[in-house]
Write a protein that binds this ligand. Sequence first.
Ligand code: C5P
Length: 224
Amino acid sequence: RKKIIITIDGWSSCGKSTLAKQLAKELNYAYIDSGAMYRAITLYFLRNHVDWTDEKEVHEALAQIQLEFHYNEAHRQSEIFLNGENVEYVIRDLVVAEKVSDVAALREVREFAVRQQQEMGKKKGIVMDGRDIGTVVFPAAELKIFMTADNAIRVERRFRELYEKNPNITIDEVKANLEMRDYIDSHREVSPLRQAADAIVLDNSHIGMEQQLKMALNWVYERL
Ligand code: C5P
């Protein structure tokens, strides 16, 4: 059967990864969380005190970074490894989220990540979510979805997710972080967050996860 590339872009905390994981499972495709790559790079920069305003330091740091995705059987998901260490969970920390959009705005960082993302899509049969996947990484993808959801709903969802791990977190912190990332991501010079002209818009503010999957699968089957 024909395999396609599915891209899911959109604002922070719209449920992109939830839909991407569901689709990958249903279709037996690979799922790649491109945001995890920018988060892992940011984690490396923070841990190693890399001054990312200095191009030379960024260049040298990137040469030390190896990113890999491995499927975890027990967790039934693909997880990201930074130089051999599973960082799937630590990269979700607000400390990383506070800086990731600044790091992801750097041209060399994007070139580093995009090159690897395009390599992963060579054989198709992949679902990738992010901000520039349908516009820059896979402009010829067969199915492009652009997700949105009401602001308050997005804040609430992300807050609940982070609160489970850190009960000290406040809803205002989460709201401020989402707004800041969306602003930087959509205003940066290199590959800003944009809806691709041929993307289908999916607003999931008021639809359930099952219904959302059904809709997306229909779009997939139309393209097979
Ligand atoms: O998807 P997630 O919210 O984990 O992404 C974290 C950050 O990584 C985003 O806020 C954005 O700054 C950056 N990102 C990006 N391009 C992508 C995916 C993520 O710039 N394709």
